[in-house]
Design a binder for this molecule. Structure first.
Ligand SMILES: [Zn+2]
Length: 306
């Protein structure tokens, strides 16, 4: 395979293994993730955790059929008290975390401690919001995600995630991430009622066991190295059964914050409270997701606004 037909960075590639009910997605993130993580300047282990969460929401969110968001949220008693990542239909990604004093050691268990993991599908005010919540289990976020799908949705799931800094020759160092997840989802086009029990025949079981074992073998560098294309990696893993790939879906860093949204938050404060926020003649508000700074007059009017 040549570079010409390889799927680019910042995309999710949906795939199906042979004619089985095993469907998956492979994500490769570079510029979009680098933009998100560079804005925050978290300690590296925290950036890695957030990068893993961004991989997860990219792979999960890309399955949404309507307008809306897929939101990952983890809350715990560790040095990272809250971690949030979300995907908006169309491929917009953002993420943030609330961190304490550390120490910041690698892995979801060390960083988040004891707590809960929630995944939410929010398809707007006219649609029912779906949220699953489970305890955080497993040393790494991939294991926690597998446990979530097992407990909350009863869907056999395999996940591998990797995040790291990477420097291409002649380019500046950049955060990259890669992830692969597969699920056993029988039914027409993989559709199924939420909570419906999944029945696996012997053949299904064999196909699923093989897939999850292959995904277990994926190395971090296979997920991160831009020289190994997404298609090459899928072919390496599933050449026995055959693998079908669908249209790649683009991803980008996109927060969606603006003066109006921040204004709406400021309107909840009293004039006295607003007065307390003034520094050097301005009220400054920094977006918790993209770290963009907004300035308002002491009366709460946006900078340059009327
Ligand atoms: Zn923002």
């Amino acid at each position: 395979m040549t570079d010409g037909d390889s799927v680019k960075d910042d995309t999710v590639l949906p795939f199906q293994v042979g004619e089985t009910a095993v469907r998956g997605r492979l994500v490769r993130l570079a510029g979009a993730l680098d933009e998100i993580l560079t804005a925050h300047r978290f300690p590296d282990p925290v950036s890695e955790l957030i990068g893993e969460a961004v991989c997860l929401v990219s792979m999960m969110g890309a399955a949404l059929k309507f307008d809306g968001k897929f939101i990952f949220q983890a809350q715990g008693d560790g040095p990272v008290t809250v971690a949030v990542a979300d995907y908006s239909v169309g491929g917009g990604l953002r993420a943030t975390a609330t961190i304490g004093d550390g120490p910041f050691e690698r892995g979801a268990a060390a960083l988040l401690g004891k707590g809960h993991l929630a995944m939410t599908i929010d398809q707007g005010p006219d649609m029912e919001r779906y949220q699953g919540v489970t305890p955080i289990e497993g040393a790494r976020l991939a294991a926690a995600a597998v446990s979530y799908f097992d407990q909350s949705e009863q869907i056999p799931t395999a996940v591998k995630l990797a995040v790291g800094r990477f420097q291409a020759p002649g380019a500046k160092e950049q955060w990259r991430a890669g992830g692969i997840m597969a699920q056993f989802v029988p039914g027409e086009g993989g559709s199924r009622e939420r909570g419906e029990e999944i029945l696996m025949g012997a053949e299904d079981r064999e196909a699923w066991d093989r897939t999850s074992a292959f995904i277990e073998t994926v190395q971090d560098d296979e997920l991160l190295d831009p020289v190994i294309s997404a298609e090459t990696l899928l072919y390496r893993l599933f050449h026995e059964d055959g693998v079908r790939v669908f249209d790649p879906q683009p991803l980008r860093a996109a927060c969606g914050c603006n003066h109006d949204k921040i204004s709406a938050v400021l309107e909840r404060y009293s004039a006295a409270d607003l007065g307390d926020m003034v520094e050097d003649g301005w009220i400054r508000v920094t977006c918790e997701f993209c770290r963009k700074e907004y300035r308002f007059t002491p009366a709460g009017q946006p900078e340059g606004g009327s």
